[in-house]
Design a protein around this ligand. Structure first.
Ligand code: NI
Length: 257
């Protein structure tokens, strides 16, 4: 039995002191692969250092996060494009998407950057890791407008049943993390209508720690806590959750453990 963390920012400064120990604890917890979505141009070096450090377990993605889309985004995307189409083998295109929670004024730039990066994913036949906040409908609309829709994951999904249905119809998977363990979360009600073969596990670490670590720094070793909660919701054992979600992750990101 093993798990896959499909979304961790292990290269962020919260892990500066103990990144290797975090990987080690993940492996001890049977989390065998850590997928690392990039944030922006400034994080590329740190991201690559983890790939160099532990290429077996750390699988980086390349992309420009919507919260990092600013007046320099075109120049930044040129650097991202060079990375993606260059010699480094990235497992996916991410983290990309739309975020209207923090800043609505950059929407046009965000849409432009999101569409372009989705097109790169189609061209390279790679999966996307999509972030949406207060913009899930806009993201679905953009994907639907594409002649060929990329494959991928709506990471940290916490939307409505209607949104989930639209996302599944597009062929996408839902990334489920610590939020599902929160006492006030209604996510379990949505998941009752989502087949298990469309779910992947994630931490989004260092953020969104599952209970009982809520509010503290998150790490990939906590993935089994998310799996245990899903086992409860789907009324299956943790082994079934581990097997199916790992199969899903390997299928959409096209790798084998
Ligand atoms: Ni993220």
């Amino acid at each position: 039995m093993y798990f896959i963390d499909t979304h961790t920012h292990l290269f962020s400064e919260e892990f500066n002191e103990d990144g290797l120990a975090v990987i080690h604890r993940a492996i001890q917890a049977r989390v065998k692969r850590l997928l690392l979505p990039n944030i922006d141009v400034s994080s590329i070096e740190a991201l690559k250092s983890f790939k160099a450090l532990d290429p077996e377990h750390c699988l980086p993605m390349m992309g420009l996060h919507p919260c990092s889309v600013n007046e320099n985004y075109k120049a930044d995307l040129q650097i991202i494009e060079k990375e993606l189409f260059g010699g480094t083998n990235y497992i996916g295109v991410g983290e990309i998407g739309l975020d209207l929670y923090w800043d609505k004024t950059t929407l046009d730039w965000q849409l432009d950057a999101f569409l372009l990066q989705c097109q790169w994913a189609v061209d390279l036949d790679k999966a996307v890791s999509i972030h949406t906040r207060s913009a899930t409908y806009e993201a679905i609309k953009l994907l639907k407008s594409m002649p060929k829709v990329p494959k991928g994951v709506f990471h940290c999904f916490s939307g409505s049943l209607e949104e989930a249905k639209e996302i599944l119809k597009l062929g996408f998977y839902l990334g489920i993390g610590g939020v599902v363990t929160f006492k006030n979360s209604k996510l379990h009600e949505v998941l009752e209508h989502v087949p298990l073969d469309r779910i992947v596990l994630e931490t989004d670490s260092p953020y969104l720690s599952p209970v009982p670590y809520r509010g503290k720094r998150n790490e990939s070793a906590y993935i089994p806590l998310v799996a245990e909660k899903l086992a409860e919701i789907y009324r299956v054992d943790v082994l079934t959750i581990a097997r199916q979600t790992s199969l899903n992750a390997e299928s959409v990101f096209n790798f084998t453990v």
